[in-house]
Write a protein that binds this ligand. Structure first.
Ligand SMILES: C[S@@+](CC[C@H](N)C(=O)[O-])C[C@H]1O[C@@H](n2cnc3c(N)ncnc32)[C@H](O)[C@@H]1O
Length: 312
């Protein structure tokens, strides 16, 4: 199945779909560092640029469209009730691209979108209501939506994200992937020799460990066996109650980019060609590969049942 990927970042969602047997023919992101990581690992089919500025005609037709679009409120556009409500948002751009394909008789068989956990409650529920309405009533997809936690798909990271799956066929029956028991811990993902720069100095340690209620409670916030959600601002020093710190050889340190990669389900063969700062941002933004792959397999099952699955 030919896949077009939007907001691809370093390719977490894409890697899951590749692992499940899909063919990514075109991808896009406007962050040159994310594009550098993507290219180093997946090839030159990613286009650098703002999706709002890429002409519709340059976006290839595909069987499946995937993307983790940034969440923006629609209500700021006013009280209008139409397709207009979403105009100016990145979701609208995705909808516009789908609309163009539908008009030309090239409707993708499935659409998979990822977003933050709070999407359904964002802007008092209006954001999701509008997304759902556009996908179903305007674009004619049968839509399924669920919050999945990465820790339920084999990685020791609590990461809840909203996944929206739409099928062109109204006959589609779909189940989100089954959870699997977690058999590893954050400690299993640590590098043996992480490098001195990741260890915290004695000077910064009290600030990092403090949570305003005393040292013992703060210490209990480090060395979690299941990591807190990796975030895009990991390059900054957060307090121990917000970020992931571990003790190794009696000293406290932050996670390395490679450990973040592992916690997001990337194999150690995954090339990290950018600075630590960019790598933290990219892994913090990524869709966990295990979740993406499980989801891609479930979508594949539904497409197979519908007789719509095509190899390559
Ligand atoms: C949450 S990240 C997506 C992560 C990715 N799906 C993955 O699995 O690794 C969102 C991405 O959207 C990109 N982005 C935001 N606005 C964009 C735009 N207008 N055009 C293209 N890319 C954009 C950001 O650079 C960022 O990499």
């Amino acid at each position: 199945m030919k896949v077009v990927s939007f907001f691809s970042g370093l390719g977490g969602l894409d890697k899951g779909f590749l692992n499940a047997g899909y063919d990514i023919i075109w991808a896009n992101d406007f962050d040159k560092f994310a594009v550098a990581t993507y290219k180093a690992n997946f090839g030159d089919h990613i286009v650098l640029g703002d999706i709002n500025e890429i002409p519709l005609a340059q976006i290839p037709d595909c069987d499946v469209l995937i993307g983790g679009f940034p969440c923006q409120p629609f209500s700021m556009m006013g009280e209008q009730k139409g397709f207009e409500d979403a105009r100016g948002t990145l979701f609208f751009r995705v909808a516009k691209i789908l609309e163009d394909k539908i008009k030309r008789g090239k409707k993708p068989a499935a659409v998979i979108l990822e977003n933050v956990r709070s999407l359904k409650t964002h802007d008092k529920g209006r954001t999701y209501q509008e997304i759902h309405r556009i996908l179903t009533e305007v674009l004619g997809y049968k839509v399924f939506c669920e919050i999945l936690n990465s820790a339920d798909y084999g990685v020791p990271q609590t990461r809840n994200r909203t996944y929206i799956v739409g099928f062109a066929s109204q006959e589609a029956e779909f189940s989100f992937p089954e959870k699997v028991p977690l058999t590893c811990t954050l400690q299993d993902k640590l590098e043996a020799e992480p490098g001195e720069k990741y260890f915290l100095s004695e000077r910064i340690l009290p600030t990092i460990l403090s949570d305003g209620t005393g040292g013992y409670k703060a210490r209990s916030e480090i060395d979690l066996t299941v990591a807190r959600p990796l975030c895009a601002t990991m390059a900054k020093m957060h307090r121990a109650c917000q970020d992931n710190y571990v003790t190794q050889k009696g000293r406290v340190r932050r996670l390395t980019p490679r450990e973040c990669a592992r916690l997001q389900g990337f194999p150690d063969s995954f090339i990290i060609p950018v600075s630590d700062c960019q790598a933290y941002k990219q892994f913090g933004n990524a869709v966990t590969v295990n979740v993406a792959e499980a989801l891609a397999r479930s979508v594949r099952d539904t497409l197979t049942d519908l007789g719509a699955w095509r190899d390559a």
